[in-house]
Design a protein around this ligand. Structure first.
Ligand SMILES: Nc1ncnc2c1ncn2[C@@H]1O[C@H](COP(=O)(O)OP(=O)(O)OP(=O)(O)O)[C@@H](O)[C@H]1O
Ligand SMILES: [Mg+2]
Length: 427
């Protein structure tokens, strides 16, 4: 057990910084959860609503979909979570459509088997790793057992996958073969749904990454075509590259058909209640001014709130008081090596690994508190305002900055902004 969590009345309470949190540690977001659940459940009445959850990094999108996963299971709907950025995908050197579709198909099958209580007998996940021979073997083994369950859709799909893997054993798959894999994978949940009377919610986490896959055909319009036709599958797409998500969802083939639900920081009142409840649960004494100070320093950002909470509990034992001075000290420590420096440095690498003009634009903007392209261009060597607008758009697409009004941009993550600012002024 972490030092900053404890079990009270059978449920875990406490702080945890980093990665999606367990439903036990999940706080608030009741409005968002209630709304999404109501909408997604309507699929059982034949009304399909797909939604997108969009918000800055570490705001709690993945945690929300993990919570929804449990709630959907309770309602007898099969939730599929596909991480388009982490997990199996992160391990691969190159993101290919083939890999993504195999992961998709395997996730649908695995979750369905689990739902159908056949999980102990059938498992598939490992099969996308390794040689094609290994994959064929693994798929054939599963096929053998699936035949006994007499689910034609799954047998058909596995047969197809085996043929596909064999055909592409010693060469790259052709566009036609990939198109077929795409069609069969997209149809899988829908067909299981029809044959077995099930409903699926497919949650694609960090969806904007599908744009980065090496694709033989435009994925988004093809995906949209399927999405429109399906009756037993609905989708929840999340993304932290805000501008990219807006671009995909509002323009182009989706044309606003998938509404965006924004995930933002906790309101200051909610942030204070969160801290109050969690510290009390962990038997720490903390005064209101210290609580408000944490809420203010973090702007109610859920991940940073957890970091402050964890750190306070590391420093101060049970039954003892957390002084406001500790909160101030942590406000400095967060930017240091034993704080979240590694997290901010990783973010910065994502701004631009090669530290070119886009990177300079970001740094100059922060260093001089600038918001407009013409001001910024005076500080970025050999650049015109028009070029700066292009760089700002890139930064906006990746979710680092947002446009607040015509010609005015601000940095999204205040904490990252403060880190960069400190770094500039200390060098
Ligand atoms: N509802 C919540 N209650 C408590 N803490 C939360 C909540 N949501 C998020 N957090 C905190 O934020 C952290 C990040 O959450 P999560 O990974 O779900 O965010 P995310 O938006 O998916 O991030 P990323 O964009 O990096 O994938 C968690 O580790 C936790 O500290
Ligand atoms: Mg996430």
């Amino acid at each position: 057990m972490l030092y900053s969590t404890c079990v009270i009345g059978g449920s875990v309470i406490g702080f945890k910084f980093g990665g999606p949190i367990e439903p036990d540690l999940f706080y608030d977001r009741e409005k968002e959860i209630g709304f999404l659940l109501n909408k997604l459940l309507e699929i059982k009445r034949g009304i399909r609503h797909s939604y997108a959850l969009v918000g800055p990094r570490r705001m709690g999108k993945s945690s929300i979909i993990r919570l929804l996963e449990g709630r959907l299971v309770e309602k007898d709907i099969i939730p599929i979570i596909i991480d388009c950025e982490g997990g199996e995908i992160a391990k691969q050197a190159e993101l290919t459509l083939e890999l993504f579709l195999n992961l998709w198909g395997n996730s649908v099958l695995d979750t369905y088997f689990e739902h159908a209580r056949a999980a102990e007998k059938i498992r598939l996940k490992k099969s996308i790793i390794g040689t094609k021979d290994g994959i064929v073997l693994a798929l054939s083994e599963v096929l053998g057992r699936v035949r006994a369950l007499e689910i034609k859709t799954i047998s058909d799909y596995l047969n197809f996958r085996i043929e596909f893997e064999k055909a592409t054993e010693r060469r790259k798959p052709s566009s036609e073969e990939l198109m077929q894999l795409f069609e069969d994978t997209m149809n899988l949940s829908e067909r299981i749904g029809e044959e077995e009377g099930e409903y699926f919610v497919i949650m694609l986490d960090e969806f904007q990454n599908v744009g980065k896959f090496k694709l033989p055909f435009p994925f988004i319009p093809a995906f949209r075509r399927h999405l429109q036709r399906q009756k037993r599958t609905t989708y929840l797409l999340t993304g932290s590259n805000i501008g990219m998500m807006e671009h995909i969802l509002l323009g182009g083939p989706f044309g606003g058909h998938i509404p965006i639900e924004w995930v933002n920081s906790f309101d200051l009142d909610v942030a204070c209640s969160f801290l109050r409840e969690r510290f009390a649960g962990l038997s720490r004494v903390i005064e209101e001014d210290a609580i408000r100070e944490i809420a203010k320093l973090t702007n109610g950002h859920p991940a940073y709130l957890n970091w402050f909470g964890e750190q306070c509990c590391k420093e101060i034992g049970e039954g003892e008081r957390i002084p406001i001075e500790l909160v101030w000290a942590l406000g400095e420590k967060i930017f240091e090596r034993d704080g979240l420096m590694h997290v901010f440095e990783e973010d910065i690498r994502k701004v631009s690994p090669k530290k070119g003009k886009i990177f300079q634009t970001f740094v100059e903007m922060i260093g001089h508190d600038l918001t407009s392209p013409s001001e910024i261009s005076k500080h970025v060597v050999r650049s015109t305002p028009t070029e700066i607008i292009t760089y700002l758009k890139r930064l906006e697409q990746r979710g680092f900055i947002r446009r607040i009004e015509e010609g005015r941009y601000v940095v999204v993550d205040e904490m990252l902004r403060n880190y960069v600012k400190k770094k500039i002024h200390s060098t």
